[in-house]
Ligand binder design. Structure first.
Ligand SMILES: Cc1cc2nc3c(=O)[nH]c(=O)nc-3n(C[C@H](O)[C@H](O)[C@H](O)COP(=O)(O)OP(=O)(O)OC[C@H]3O[C@@H](n4cnc5c(N)ncnc54)[C@H](O)[C@@H]3O)c2cc1C
Ligand code: SF4
Length: 323
């Protein structure tokens, strides 16, 4: 059962920021993640601030620079079906289309997708673990088959978003607004690893919200893809996934980003894989080197060593599909 809370539905962003700054307030976009968290007592909120009345946070529009602005309240279904995104930024359309189920994609928003809480079953269950302010991580010696192999330090969640890796591969920025300020930062810098803190997953502070995501113009010759492996084909979070965006010219990789999902507490830039590709033709040799380098530094837990092989395989497969 849901706990009791007050509910407000502001008509302006300024009002939403005012209401959201109150202690114990939680922002509600599509509610597909938030309501489950409240029902399961993952965290508490005395006041729900609905963003649904903020029409300025909806929609997809071209920017003056030739990129796209996607409002935080745009649904995953709208992103997956958008013709320009499918044509110029296919990795993002594929990421949005691979998240959750059709019903959840119609309700779930981009802002909520980036800010959703981790799915670690101890965190979602009755365990007062480190991320909830407790004294230990239950996954490290427990059931950790779906946990991270990269970037864990004290906490071993994987970041659950399927849009974030694609957006980072495509060089997206995110706008964060609060009362009296607005800042754009690289989406890559939005996420916070456990080495920095285990208590939150992103840089947002109380009283701030994500208003939009901005994609830069797609360079000529850019190709991109998102590939996700999950246990159930109908809907499921990534066991492992990879977003790749590469600019190919004169038969060689001019620039490339390789971003992993399902294997680290933040969307993970596989920078050693990128270095193995830049300046090389996208042939079997370079692809093999990049796939091997994509898991550099991996430290699997007791039950998730299979992810190393999975990542190598999907990185190779995704790069081959770009050719
Ligand atoms: C069964 C199930 C399967 C799922 N599978 C996947 C999957 O495969 N891949 C995947 O990526 N996701 C998955 N999800 C997660 C998630 O529900 C969706 O990704 C969805 O996009 C979340 O958006 P929402 O608008 O419903 O978020 P909400 O539930 O409204 O919000 C989620 C969190 O983000 C915060 N928030 C929302 N909007 C903003 C904003 N603009 N600024 C700041 N904070 C904000 C809220 O306060 C809340 O803490 C799944 C969820 C369920 C229930
Ligand atoms: S992995 Fe993180 S969220 Fe899960 S039990 Fe450990 S500390 Fe908690």
């Amino acid at each position: 059962m849901l706990p009791t809370f007050t509910y407000v539905r502001p008509k302006t962003v300024a009002e939403a920021l005012e209401q959201g700054a109150a202690e114990g307030a939680a922002l509600h976009a599509g509610g597909t993640d938030l309501l489950g968290c409240l029902r399961d007592r993952v965290f508490q909120a005395g006041k729900i601030v609905s963003l649904s009345g903020l029409s300025e946070l909806r929609g997809i529009a071209a920017t003056r620079e030739g990129g796209l602005r996607i409002g935080a309240l745009t649904t995953l279904a709208e992103i997956a079906e958008h013709a320009t995104i499918q044509e110029r930024y296919p990795a993002l359309a594929q990421g949005a289309a691979s998240a959750a189920s059709p019903q959840l994609r119609s309700q779930g928003t981009l802002g909520g997708n980036l800010c959703q809480r981790p799915r670690c079953w101890y965190f979602r269950g009755d365990f007062h673990c480190l991320r909830k302010g407790g004294g230990r991580c239950y996954a490290v010696a427990g059931q950790n088959q779906f946990h991270c192999i990269l970037g864990g330090m004290g906490c071993y969640i994987v970041h659950p978003s399927d849009t974030a890796p694609a957006l980072i591969a495509l060089g997206a920025q995110v706008r964060i607004v609060s009362r009296g300020s607005s800042r754009l930062l690289a989406l890559e810098s939005f996420f916070v690893p456990p080495a920095q803190t285990v208590r939150r997953e992103n840089v947002l502070r109380p009283g701030e919200l994500v208003s939009e995501v901005r994609l830069p113009p797609a360079p000529a010759g850019m190709r991109s893809r998102y590939r996700k492996v999950r246990a159930r084909g109908s809907w499921d979070f990534a066991l492992a996934g990879v977003a790749v965006a590469a600019v190919l010219a004169e038969g060689k990789v001019q620039q490339v980003r390789v971003v992993l999902s399902g294997v680290a507490p933040i969307p993970w830039r596989a920078t050693e894989a990128e270095a193995a590709l830049v300046g090389k033709p996208l042939d079997a040799d370079a692809i093999g080197r990049a796939a091997a380098a994509s898991v550099a530094g991996a430290q699997p837990l007791s039950h998730n060593g299979y992810k190393i092989h999975l990542v190598r395989g999907i990185v190779a497969e995704t790069l081959e599909a770009l050719v």
